[in-house]
Design a protein around this ligand. Structure first.
Ligand code: NAD
Ligand code: AHE
Ligand code: ZN
Length: 375
């Protein structure tokens, strides 16, 4: 079939919207009509050329929602008409990692996914002249139709609006999951969140759900403060306006006879390795846990004095908020539909596919939280 897609032809160039060929689903695969997709900073990371795994040409996008149109041979858990959210972290329930019960990082198809290919080592997308186009993060949601492995689709309730629940395909689950699954934040905790964008706001939302007492937000952009306060941030720091961000956080958290200060939990949602260091170092001696969410460019490395770890701070990371997608994503959709979590105010812009590059510009200008493309 033919479908319409935004294609990343070369690193650093705007996406080009065009008709492309899409082959039907092979065994174990599913054809999905994408109804809506968010634009996450990770799409920009890859588009810009900063991703060591970036391959071009490719159809980016990994934060989508849609409807199953056709299933390939052997598919048993999905049928045409089902509503689904694509999963860049699949859940096969059979590989060594899935069986361990200790991680959400299913390894069943990670090798081919990182090469921009379907599990059989081929691509379903091509240009009209036959040039192959790579898949992205196993999803390629910047296309009106895509083909995905069955194990990488979460079936969700049919009354949930696509233009909101697409955000559960990455940002919402990543932020809330980082708090609940990865950090395991307890009631009464203190926390710092670096980066108040599409991910950081969901970390704040997760901290409020977990019952944190003090939620300190850090962002270079003052305009992010208002929305973050609505989601539960109690204190705001703009690093450009203070001498030392770590010291400011330490001061805010010194209480009673605790002269050391430091937050119980911190989260990096910027992708900047210097910020990751600050996030670790503002956490409390003896027990502070710092979670890296941000994705850093090729060649970037984190550093700190080992003494920070010797004295009890813990550095962790999280992908997709530690969530096992097929099992947990339907629960996030229920939470949204029951009013337990909020999504609507974070979808600041709606675009058509033809205007997708405006979504990247809004992100650069710091004007959007999430821009969503609706097909
Ligand atoms: P975003 O662009 O919406 O937000 C980033 C925010 O960080 C912005 O508000 C920006 O002003 C702020 N910022 C940038 N540099 C800063 C600095 N030095 N100090 C303080 N604030 C700073 O991006 P997003 O969609 O929220 O994504 C955030 C990061 O999380 C990206 O690196 C993205 O690739 C990554 N990410 C990781 C996962 C995962 O599973 N680990 C999932 C989604 C996104
Ligand atoms: N390709 C990059 C790493 C990108 C990365 O870390 N991706 C996250 C999801 S970001 C979603 O917005 C992830 O899931 N990582 C685990 C995995 O297996 O990719 C690089 O540096 O090579
Ligand atoms: Zn993402």
């Amino acid at each position: 079939m033919r479908t319409r897609a935004a294609v990343a032809l070369e690193a650093g160039k705007p996406l080009e919207v065009m008709d492309v060929n899409l082959d039907g689903p092979k065994a174990g695969e599913v054809l999905v009509e994408i109804k809506a997709t968010g634009i996450c900073h990770t799409d920009e990371f890859t588009r810009s050329g900063a991703d060591p795994e970036g391959i071009f040409p490719a159809i980016l996008g990994h934060e989508g929602a849609g409807v199953v149109l056709e299933v390939g041979e052997g598919v048993t858990t999905l049928s045409p008409g089902d509503h689904v959210i694509p999963l860049y972290t699949p859940e096969c329930r059979e590989c060594y990692s899935c069986r361990s019960g200790k991680t959400n990082l299913c390894t069943a198809i990670r090798g081919t996914q990182g090469q921009g290919l379907m599990p059989d080592g081929t691509t379903r997308f091509s240009m009209l002249d036959g040039t192959p186009i790579h898949h992205y993060m196993g999803c390629s949601t910047f296309a009106n139709h895509t083909v995905m492995p069955e194990i990488a689709l979460a079936k969700v309730r049919e009354d949930a609006p696509f233009d909101k629940i697409c955000y559960i395909g990455c940002g919402v689950t990543t932020g809330i999951g980082a708090v609940i699954n990865t950090a395991g934040v307890e009631i009464g905790s203190t926390a710092a969140v670096f980066g108040l964008g599409g991910i950081g706001l969901n970390v704040i939302q997760g901290l409020r759900m977990a019952g944190a007492d003090m939620i300190i937000g850090v962002d270079l952009n003052d305009n992010k403060e208002e929305m973050a306060r609505k989601f539960g941030m109690t204190h705001f720091i703009n690093p450009k306006k203070v001498e030392n961000t770590v010291q400011e956080i330490v001061k805010l958290t010194q209480r009673g006879d605790d002269h050391l200060g430091g937050v119980d939990y911190s989260f990096d949602a910027t992708g900047n390795v210097n910020v990751m260091r600050d996030a670790l170092e503002c956490s409390h001696r003896g027990w502070g846990v710092s979670v890296v969410i941000g994705v850093a460019p090729a060649g970037a490395e984190i550093s700190t004095r080992p003494f920070q770890l010797v004295t009890g701070r813990v550095w962790k990371g999280t992908a997709f908020g530690g969530a096992k997608g097929r099992s947990e994503v339907p629960k996030f959709v229920d939470w949204y539909m029951n009013g337990k979590i909020e999504i609507d105010p974070m979808i600041t812009h709606k675009l058509t596919l033809d205007r997708i590059n405006e979504g990247f510009e809004l992100m650069h200008e710091g004007k959007s939280i999430r821009a969503v493309v609706e097909f």
